[in-house]
Each structure stands twice: as structure tokens, then as C-alpha cells.
Design a binder for this molecule. Sequence first.
Ligand SMILES: *Cc1c(COP(=O)(O)O)cnc(C)c1O
Length: 471
Amino acid sequence: MNLNHQQKEALRNLPAVDHVLEISKSDPFFKEVPRSVLIRSIRSDLDNRRRQIIEQDPANIDELLADAAVVTGVKDLVRQAESLNLRETVNATGIVIHTNLGRSLLSETAIEHLSAVSRRYSNLEFDLDKGRRGSRYANVEDLICEISGAESAMAVNNCAGAVLLALETMAAGKKVIISRGELVEIGGSFRIPDVMVKSGGILCEVGTTNRTHLRDYENAVDDQTALLLKVHKSNYSVIGFSAEVSLKDLVALGQKHQVPVMEDLGSGTFIDFSRYGLLKEPTVQESVSAGVDIITFSGDKLLGGPQAGLVVGKKTCIDRIKKNPITRALRIDKLTLAALESTLRLYRDEEKAVQAIPTLRMMLQPIATLEEKAGRLKKMLESAGRSRLTVASLDLVSRPGGGSLPLLELPSKGLGIAVDGLSANAIEKSLRLSSPPIIGRIEDDMYVVDMRTLQDDELEIIRSAFETLLT
Ligand SMILES: *Cc1c(COP(=O)(O)O)cnc(C)c1O
């Protein structure tokens, strides 16, 4: 490394950690900062300055080494170190069940229940009537049965866990028949063939990618067959020359050969969206009444609750699953259970559910509401933006996300925002790094926010972020 005289001199004059520590003592900002955080921040700041001297040979050496500059730098690093990693974030993407942004928001009642149950002890595994040990699953089982019409139910950590658990219980070492068109990858590395291997089940694929017939299943059934499995295609769809076997026919075939039928619904919903003018998504109730033995679905997709995996179906099967020791490793925690119970209760009255459960409310928001919200945000931005901001009202298409209703395009409203002298990428980055972070998207070189996933109080957050950006 060839350093010039000025660089060598600068490195020698770089303040020592102890010196910065000493001057920080008189600054009230550092009073509550843990010593380990402070020292790490000082080291990191001095490292940054050392690197700048070596790599950039800066002209403003005196400024770079001034005590005040170092203290300011250390303060920034302390703030960074002390801010939480998992933070509330504004979703302006229009994707309602955005897995990267935490999928479903909880209803107010679920949030209250969750915080009440975490503030005190709870009867998580205590039967209050009998005064002795109870089952944590009992807290939601009756409710799930009541809403779905199933004989029996349980809840585990997530739907992937539910599928693994059900397959391992029912089919370890035995054959599971599934259509080639349903060997899906959901994302986040959940792939049906891989889960099958891990469960010990032996995958037997029948039919073709686009067409599978009842006779394909029937020809494959033998005395080693433990399950007929149907998997919701979730995030893709086969259109054109395609055929799949109805649940009713599959259940009849299963009964004929005394082989249980399992269906992984993935998203799973208690609400028939076609009643609200949207595309049809098969409901849990329909699968139950078709006679499917085991049905698995997620708690935080279209159900709009916390992360969970629900298993419903015939008592004989669910009882076997409950006894599987793997259940213990997939068990649902009390905070989730509280949020899940409160969410499920809302489904007793569908009208209430579609208003109170944010995922459903956002999915079903009328276009007039979205338009009104867009108009309000446009006015707010224009008064904040003075002359540098151009705001255009846009017709957008938003999506449910989370591997549900892959073909459903929800007409939406939003704004395209341009800032004089800034690229769309620069705007995106600045809003993403603001506090709280705002996640939008870029379309045709414009920064775009979709109204569908914005809560009312988030309009002000966006306005304020643009104001900061412009100053
Ligand atoms: C999403 C999905 C899963 C996984 O659900 P998680 O709750 O995320 O574990 C499993 N199967 C299907 C068909 C899905 O769509």
C-alpha cells in the first residue's frame, strides 16, 4: 500500500477509541447507551474514517478528524444499532397478502386479545371447569369445527407444517397418489415432492401436467396406497386444454377403496368470494361437505389471521394426527392462539368478518373508496411538494398475493409520483429507508403507490416522507 505523506499523517491523527469515549461522557445523548454498543459504534466509525483516508485520500482531512464530526458519526451508528430490526412497514404495493411484508394484518380484536394474553398468565393448557391440565388445542378446535362444519380440527405452526405432519402420520412408508399438475412449488422452498420425501411418503404421480382423469388415480390405487392427495395450485393456473378430477369424484374413489383423501388448500378461506363479485376460490366448507378426510390451510393468507396451519376433517384421521409426536415440534404458541381464536370468532358473522378482518376488507374495498383515498393523498402531496412534485392519478391492478387466487386481478387506484431531478429508483430507495419504511413499486419509470393496501393513517406517513425527501 503506497500512502502519501498526508495520508500517513492523517492516520496518525485519527482519534483513539478512549479519547472518543472520554468526550462522549459529557454528552447527554450517550447517557443511556450501553457501553458495549457505544464502543462498537466508536470502533466502526473510526474504521470508516480510516478507510476513507486510505481509499479516497480526501482533501478535508481536518474536518474528517474533528471531534464533532466523529461524535456525530458515532451517534448515527448508535441510533442504527438501537433501532429494531423488525419494524412496522407501510405496504404501498397493492399486494394484500404480501409474504415479504408479513402477510395478514390482524384485526383490532385479535391484537387486543394477543396483548391481554401476553400481559398476564393464561389458561393456555388449563381446564378452568375441571381445575386441571387441559389441551391448548381445545381453545380453537370447537370454533374451527363450528365454522367449517368439520368433525375435528387442530392448529399447528403453519400450513407447511400441517402438510408435513398429516403426510407423515398417514403415509410414512406408503404410497400417496397425486396429479402431475399439482406437484407445485409455493415459494420459500415449499415444494410438494420435497415435503413428501421428508414425510416418508412415497410419491406416486399420475396423469399429465394439464390433464388428469379419475381413471389415472384408479389405475394407481393398490394395497400400498395410504392417501389420495389433492393440492391447490395456489400461484399458477393451467388454462386451455386441461382437466382435473372433482373433489366429489376423488372422495367417491377413496371410499370405494377405503383410502382417505387429503386436500392441501394452501390459502383456504371461509368466505365465498364469488358472492362479492370476485373469482371463485374453493372454500374450506365446500371441501368438508365434499367429504374430504383431511384438509390443510394457512392461518395468515385469505383467513386473515396470524401465521398458523389448520388441519380439519374426519375425527379418526385428526385423532391420529394429534397423537403424532411431531405435533409437539410444530405446536402453536399462545400469542398465535389468542390471535387465531379472536380472528375465528369474527367468522361467526360474515358481515362483521369482512369489515373487521383487514385482509378481507382490503380485498373487497370498493373502487370508489380507493379513488377517494387516492384523491386525498394527491392533495396532501401537492401541498407538500410545491413545484418539484408531479402527481398523476392512475388506474392500477392489485393482486391478493400469498399464492391465492392467481388469476384474480383487482382493479385499483393509485398515484404515480415523479420528483424533479430524482429518478424513480432514487425515490423508491429514499422511501424504503425512511422511518417507518414505505414500500412502493416502479412502473414506467414512475414511483407508484397503490391505495388498496394503505391504511388511512398511512397517507400522512407518505406525505411526510415526501416532504423530507424534498428538503
Ligand atoms: C401457502 C401454501 C402452503 C404453505 O403455507 P404456510 O402457511 O406458508 O406454511 C402450503 N400449501 C399450499 C398449497 C400453499 O398455497
